[in-house]
Design a binder for this molecule. Sequence first.
Ligand code: GAR
Length: 210
Amino acid sequence: MLKKRIAVLVSGGGTNLQAILDAEKSGVINSGKTVLVISNVEGAYALRRAESHGVKTAVILKKECGGQGPFEDKLSETLEAENIDLIVLAGFMSILSEAFTKRHEGKIINVHPSLIPSFCGKGFYGLRVHEAALEYGVKVTGATVHFVNEIPDGGEIIMQKAVEVLPDDTPETLQRRVMEQAEWVILPQAIEYICSGRHIQTHQSERKMA
Ligand code: GAR
């Protein structure tokens, strides 16, 4: 069977991208292949990880495009030119508009470092998510892989994994544990699940009405 063509969108260190590339090597991901990595940040370390795996890269900067609309048009053109089947947001720190999510409906997934619906939505990204979890005093947190729609972190959940919060945790130690025990595990699993056609999307609106 032809492998699905995956694009990974990044903004920073790219440890989730690394987990995807490692999973392709080990065979955890067998039904898809990362063929393109796009960063919205110049010099993001994730780009180096892609290059050292021989994966094509592109940098698209909002300020150079002249705003959100042209930025997203450039993103779409770049993705469509490569016939991408699945768009994975892996530490991509830019909120995408309804126009973009509708254009690629059912094709975009994201990994978020909490158990949605806790600590998610606008303003909850990166270390801030773990700061909020510690501030609240939850004893369990985790990660979620979900489809992306026009609501930040609001799309259908595909996979979740819980992680224990320890008494001495700092945002940094908690972030690392959530990555190691949850994000790097469920993101490759979810990708394989979708690329192999095992995930049948149920629209949230339909689910709510049922
Ligand atoms: C990850 O923890 C990811 O879940 C989070 O940013 C980090 C990126 O790390 N994403 C968000 O908070 C999105 N709302 P990475 O660049 O090493 O993969």
